[in-house]
Write a protein that binds this ligand. Structure first.
Ligand code: ADP
Ligand code: GLC
Length: 495
C-alpha cells in the first residue's frame, strides 16, 4: 500500500517536540511492515542540509502566489533511509528561526501560507496533475499544519482521491487565521461555514483536518476520550463527539535505536538493564560534575526534559521546589519555553547552584544525559496527548512522576500497594493537576526511593517495558487496511 505521510517536523531533520520523533520513527516502522511510505515536509534549510541522496524531482510552480516556485526534492531520512520529499520553496521556508516562530514568542506572519502550501502539496501529490508518478492510496496528515490537505481534496473533488487519515498530536494548537485567508489559500467561500472550515469566525486548519478526513486518530486512547469533552477538547469537542466512531487512540512508540542506554554516544558510560545501578551511578556523577551540582550519589536527582510552560505543568515544578530542597533532592532541567518560566528556573538555579541546574536550551545531548543520570523524571503535564519522554525514562531506568492524564495515564502504572506487590508499578502518578497532589506523589516517590529494594523493583519493571514502534505501527496498518483494500492498484473513488 502506498502512503503519503505529511508532517511539519521530522526527526532527525527538524525537531521542536514529539511530533518530529513520531514523524521520523513511525514511517520507518510502517516501511518495515511493508508499507510503501513517503514523508512530505517543508524544505527548511537545515532539513535540506541533512537530507541524504537529494535530487530534484518536479515542480509545483507557484500555486498560492507566494512569490517563488515550489519544487519537490526527494531524498532519504538519515538513519532509517525512509524516502522523504522536501517541499523546496525558499520564499516561504528559507529564513532564520524555527519551523513556526521567527523568534521565541513570535509566529512567522505567513504561517497560513507556509502550511497552506504544505497541505496543498500533500493533496496535489495524491491526485492527477501531480508532478511525480507515484500516487498514494492513503494520505496521512498530522496536526494543524497539514489540516487543509483533505479540505483541498474536498474542494477539488477529483474523480479519484486517496483515503485520508488525520492524527491529532495536540489539539491545543489549532492553526487559526482571519477569514480572508480562505480566498488567499484558494479555498471556496462555500466551505467557510460551521460544517467546514469555520471555527469562531476564523479559518481553522485543525478543524479542516478533523472535518474532511475519513478517519481520525490521536496518540493515546485516554486522550481520544478526553478531547470529546471540555476542557481537553479546546472548543472542538462537539465535532469530535459527532465523529467519535471515526476516532481512535493509538499510543505512540519510542525509537529504541535513538533511545538505548547500551548504545548511547551521549553518555559517559553506556549501560544495560543488567548493570543499571553502576551505569546510572556513573552517569549521575558525571552529570552532577557537568552541571555544577553537589557530588552526592545519594541525593535523589529529579530531571525535567520539556517545553517550559503551564500546559506541561512547569509552574507546579516551581511550586514544589521548597519541598525538593527540604528532602535533600536535586533538580536538573533542560528546556525552553515561556520567558517567565525560563527566568524562574534560571533564578532558582542561581539561588541554589549546587542543588538546582537549569539549562535553558534545546540540547539532544543533555536530554540523553538527564535520562541516564536522573532518578526520577518529572511530568506534571496538565494534559498530555501521549508524551514520549516517559518511554525514554523507562528505557533508562528513570522513574516518571506524572499527572494521570492522556497518554501518561495510559502508560505509567502508579506505585500503589497492589502494583508494588505485583511488580507492575512503573512510576508515581496523581489525579488532580495541582501542586499539592504533585507534592504528594513526589513525597511517595522519595519514600520508595529510600527503600532501595523497592526502588530497584520499580526500576526493573520500567526497564522491562516495551513501547517499541512495531506494535503501534501494526495498529496504523490495520487502520489503513480498513480504508484501502489490500488489492494493489486502484485508489478510492470519490465518496
Ligand atoms: P511535546 O511534543 O508535547 O513537547 P513529547 O514528550 O511528546 O512532548 O516530546 C518531547 C520531545 O522533545 C522529546 O523527544 C524530548 O526529549 C524532546 N525535548 C523537549 N525539550 C527538549 C530540550 N530542551 N532539549 C532536547 N530535547 C527536548
Ligand atoms: C504532541 C503532544 C505529545 C505527543 C507528541 C507526539 O506534541 O504534546 O504528548 O507525545 O505530540 O505525538
Amino acid at each position: 500500500m502506498r502512503v503519503l505521510f505529511a508532517s511539519s517536523e521530522v526527526f532527525p531533520l527538524v525537531k521542536t517536540g514529539g511530533l518530529a520523533d513520531v514523524s521520523g520513527a513511525l514511517p520507518a516502522a510502517l516501511a518495515e511492515s511493508g508499507i510503501d511510505v513517503r514523508v512530505l515536509m517543508p524544505g527548511y534549510p537545515e532539513a535540506m542540509e541533512r537530507t541524504e541522496a537529494k535530487r530534484h524531482v518536479g515542480s509545483f510552480g507557484d500555486p498560492l502566489a507566494v512569490g517563488g516556485e515550489a519544487k519537490l526534492v526527494s531524498g532519504k531520512l538519515p538513519g532509517s533511509g525512509v524516502p522523504v520529499w522536501l517541499l523546496d520553496c525558499p520564499a516561504l521556508y528559507d529564513r532564520p528561526g524555527g519551523p513556526y516562530q521567527a523568534t521565541a514568542g513570535h509566529d512567522h506572519p505567513d504561517n497560513h501560507l507556509r502550511f497552506g502550501l504544505l497541505s496543498w502539496a500533500a493533496a496535489q501529490l495524491a491526485v492527477d496533475g501531480s508532478p511525480v508518478k507515484w500516487r498514494p492510496q492513503l494520505l496521512h496528515g498530522n496536526d494543524w499544519q497539514t489540516g487543509l490537505a483533505p479540505a483541498y481534496l474536498h474542494a477539488w473533488s477529483p474523480a479519484e482521491r486517496p483515503a485520508t487519515v488525520f492524527t491529532i498530536h495536540n489539539i491545543a494548537y489549532q492553526g487559526q487565521f482571519p477569514p480572508d485567508a480562505v480566498p488567499r489559500l484558494g479555498l471556496p467561500a462555500a466551505m467557510y461555514q460551521m460544517d467546514g472550515l469555520e471555527y469562531y469566525d476564523h479559518l481553522s486548519f485543525l478543524k479542516a483536518g478533523l472535518f474532511y478526513s475519513d478517519r481520525l486518530t490521536t496518540v493515546s486512547p485516554r486522550y481520544a476520550r478526553e478531547i470529546q469533552s471540555a476542557p481537553h477538547g479546546c472548543g472542538i469537542e462537539g465535532l469530535l463527539t459527532e465523529r467519535a466512531a471515526d476516532l481512535v487512540g493509538i499510543v505512540n512508540g519510542a525509537d529504541y535505536s535513538v533511545w538505548d542506554p547500551a548504545a548511547d554516544s551521549h553518555l559517559v558510560r553506556p549501560y544495560r538493564a543488567a548493570d543499571v545501578a553502576e551505569g546510572k551511578a556513573a552517569n549521575k556523577a558525571a552529570l552532577q560534575a557537568e552541571l555544577g551540582l553537589a557530588k552526592d550519589p545519594d541525593a535523589p536527582l529529579m530531571v525535567v526534559v520539556s517545553r517550559l510552560n503551564d500546559l506541561k505543568g512547569m509552574d507546579m515544578v516551581l511550586a514544589v521546589l521548597p519541598v525538593l530542597l527540604r528532602e535533600g533532592a536535586q533538580l536538573a532541567v533542560v528546556g525552553t519555553g515561556d520567558r517567565v518560566m525560563e527566568d524562574a528556573f534560571r533564578s532558582a538555579a542561581a539561588t541554589h547552584p549546587d542543588r538546582i541546574s537549569a539549562s535553558i536550551a534545546y540540547s539532544e545531548t543533555l536530554a540523553h544525559r538527564l535520562m541516564a543520570g536522573g532518578d526520577m523524571l518529572l511530568m506534571p503535564s496538565r494534559f498530555e496527548p501521549c508524551g514520549l519522554t516517559q518511554f525514554y525514562a523507562f528505557r533508562y531506568g528513570t522513574v516518571p512522576v506524572a499527572h494521570a492524564t492522556g497518554g501518561l495515564a495510559d502508560t505509567v502504572v502508579d506505585a500503589s500497594y497492589d502494583s508494588l506487590m505485583t511488580g507492575t508499578a512503573t512510576g508515581f502518578s496523581f489525579e488532580h493537576a495541582n501542586a499539592g497532589a504533585f507534592q504528594w506523589a513526589l513525597e511517595r516517590a522519595l519514600g520508595v526511593y529510600r527503600n532501595r529494594e523497592q526502588w530497584r523493583r520499580i526500576q526493573a519493571t520500567c526497564l522491562a517495558q516495551n513501547f517499541s514502534w512495531e506494535r503501534s505501527a501494526a495498529r496504523y496498518v490495520e487502520l489503513y487496511r480498513s480504508l484501502v483494500a489490500p488489492a494493489p492498484g486502484k485508489a478510492r473513488r470519490r465518496a
